[in-house]
Design a protein around this ligand. Structure first.
Ligand SMILES: NC(=O)c1ccc[n+]([C@@H]2O[C@H](COP(=O)([O-])OP(=O)(O)OC[C@H]3O[C@@H](n4cnc5c(N)ncnc54)[C@H](OP(=O)(O)O)[C@@H]3O)[C@@H](O)[C@H]2O)c1
Length: 235
């Protein structure tokens, strides 16, 4: 597939899994993150695939100018942008009495406003390419739970945002999908993936799903995709 992609939060976890699957397809892939060391080790890992092209860009989705600049770098290097994966996200979980203003703002700024920044910055290029925008929401965007006030609000918001822009953009031939995963084996919320996570969705499974969506017939759009572990441990 000779497409170019921009993945926010591609240095770890789901974003990295998507980058791997795209490179296996021969795509040109830009990944972002806030931490330059994490980006460097991601590039080392991605180089081992030996296919496609990689660009790593330090950018924080909370900063609109930085997202605009990152998209410009992609266009300077590859001239076109076909796929945007708005994936960067964080989780802070606490009962509402203990949820700090700082944590609330961080979750909403990254998971919701951050996606707006990325999408807004990418729209001119995606219109030009009649491209594809995917957001990584969560099953937390449809199922609420204790201690989830900030995360649930961000992901319910993201699902609504993505469905609304799907309605705005499909008339231009742009596809928009929100992917809503259950548990994925990643570094999310300080987790360290281990053998014990083998029952979870693996990042490469989301990568495979993204590539499958890109290959789907242009006439058909899975606009909201829920994905969960087939057999979660019984509680
Ligand atoms: N893991 C799960 O079970 C699960 C389930 C459903 C949905 N999700 C969603 O999947 C997405 C990816 O999470 P993950 O599980 O892959 O977590 P992860 O392993 O912690 O990876 C998160 C990635 O996002 C980047 N990131 C965080 N804040 C950022 C910011 N402000 N600007 C740019 N990049 C930023 C991180 O790099 P830096 O920290 O260096 O910036 C890292 O590359 C999130 O939106 C999450 O809500 C995860």
């Amino acid at each position: 597939m000779s497409k170019t992609a921009y993945i926010t939060g591609g240095s770890k976890g789901i974003g990295l899994g998507i980058a791997k699957a795209m490179l296996e397809e021969g795509m040109k892939v830009a990944i972002t993150g806030r931490n330059s060391d994490a980006l460097k080790s991601a590039v080392q890992e991605l180089n081992k695939i030996g296919k496609g092209e990689i660009l790593a860009i330090e950018s924080d989705v909370r900063n609109f100018e930085s997202e605009k600049n990152a998209i410009e770098q992609v266009l300077e290097k590859w001239e076109t942008l076909d796929v945007v994966i708005a994936n960067a996200g964080v989780g802070k979980f606490a009962p509402i009495e203990e949820m700090s203003l700082e944590d609330w703002n961080s979750v909403i700024d990254i998971n919701l406003t951050g996606v707006f920044h990325t999408v807004k910055a990418a729209i001119p290029a995606i219109k030009e390419s009649k491209g594809y925008i995917m957001t990584i929401a969560s099953l937390a965007g449809t199922n609420f739970f204790q201690k989830g006030s900030a995360y649930n609000a961000s992901k319910f918001g993201l699902v609504g945002f993505t469905q609304a822009i799907m309605m705005d953009l499909r008339k231009y031939g742009i596809k928009v999908t929100t992917i809503m995963p259950g548990s994925v084996a990643t570094y999310f919320n300080g987790h360290i993936p281990s053998e014990e996570d083998s029952w979870k969705i693996q990042p490469e499974d989301i990568g495979q799903m993204v590539v499958d969506l890109l290959k789907m017939n242009p006439r058909t759009l899975p606009s909201k995709v829920e994905v969960r572990p087939s057999v979660p441990p019984s509680k």
